[in-house]
Design a protein around this ligand. Structure first.
Ligand SMILES: [Zn+2]
Length: 217
C-alpha cells in the first residue's frame, strides 16, 4: 500500500514537472519587464547578451523551446529584436515582415507560438523611418509584390491623414495599432486567448536614434 502511494506521488510530481515545462512560466507582465530591462541595457550600452552560451543554453534548447514573448516587427535591418531587447537563444519568438504586414501565414506563425508554445505576450514593434510605411504614404505604383505590402498599410495612412502632426510618424503608429487590433480580433486562436486572459497583445515604437522602445498606451 505504502509503495503504491509512493508510486502515485512520483507520478503526480512527474506530471507536474512535465506541465511546468510546457511553457516558459513567464507571464505577459513579467515578459514585458524582461523586454524593457533588456532594452534599457541595450540603450545604455550595457547589453549582457544572455542565453547564448554554447555549453549550457545551446545544449538546453536542442529538444525544446519555451520563448516568453512573440515579437512582431519590421524586417528593417536596423530593428533586430534579439539585439534591441538584449535577449538570447530560445527567449523570443520573432515574426518579421516589411511594415509588420500580417497575412494568414504570419497569423498562423503567431498562433503556433500561442497555441503550441503557450506564449502569453505578443509585442508589435513599429519603428521610426519605416520604408514600407513611407512607400504607403508616397502612394503610386510599386513593382512586383511590393504593391501588396503597400496596400496593406494604406488604411493606416488614410486614418493618419485626418490627424494633426507628421503624416509618416502618425501612419507608423496607426499601422502598429491596426496590427494590434487585427491580432486581438483574429479568430479563433488569438481572440480566444485574449478573452480568456491568457494572452496580452501590445504595440510599441522603436526609436532609431536612441534605441529606446516605447510601449503605446
Ligand atoms: Zn520598417
Amino acid at each position: 500500500m505504502t509503495s503504491l502511494i509512493i508510486s502515485l506521488l512520483i507520478l503526480v510530481c512527474t506530471l507536474a514537472a512535465m506541465a511546468s515545462e510546457e511553457n516558459s512560466g513567464i507571464t505577459a507582465d513579467l515578459g514585458m519587464k524582461n523586454l524593457m530591462e533588456g532594452n534599457a541595457r541595450f540603450v545604455s550600452g550595457n547589453s549582457i547578451h544572455p542565453d547564448q552560451s554554447v555549453a549550457d543554453r545551446r545544449a538546453e534548447l536542442v529538444t525544446s523551446q519555451h520563448p516568453f514573448a512573440v515579437i512582431v516587427t519590421c524586417s528593417d535591418s536596423r530593428v533586430p529584436p534579439e539585439i534591441v531587447f538584449d535577449q538570447g537563444l530560445g527567449d523570443i519568438f520573432v515574426v518579421r515582415t516589411a511594415g509588420e504586414v500580417m497575412d494568414n501565414v504570419t497569423l498562423g506563425t503567431i498562433e503556433y507560438a500561442v497555441d503550441h508554445l503557450n506564449v502569453q505576450l505578443v509585442l508589435v514593434l513599429g519603428h521610426d523611418g519605416c520604408g514600407a510605411v513611407e512607400a504607403a504614404v508616397a502612394g503610386g505604383e510599386n513593382p512586383g509584390h511590393i504593391g501588396s505590402l503597400v496596400e496593406a498599410i494604406k488604411p493606416a495612412v488614410d486614418v493618419a491623414k485626418g490627424m494633426k502632426g507628421d503624416l509618416l510618424n502618425n501612419s507608423i503608429d496607426v499601422n502598429t495599432q491596426n496590427i494590434v487590433s487585427k491580432l486581438k480580433s483574429s479568430e479563433p486562436i488569438l481572440s480566444l486567448a485574449v478573452k480568456q486572459g491568457n494572452l496580452k497583445i501590445l504595440g510599441a515604437r522603436y526609436r532609431l536614434d536612441s534605441g529606446v522602445v516605447k510601449v503605446m498606451e
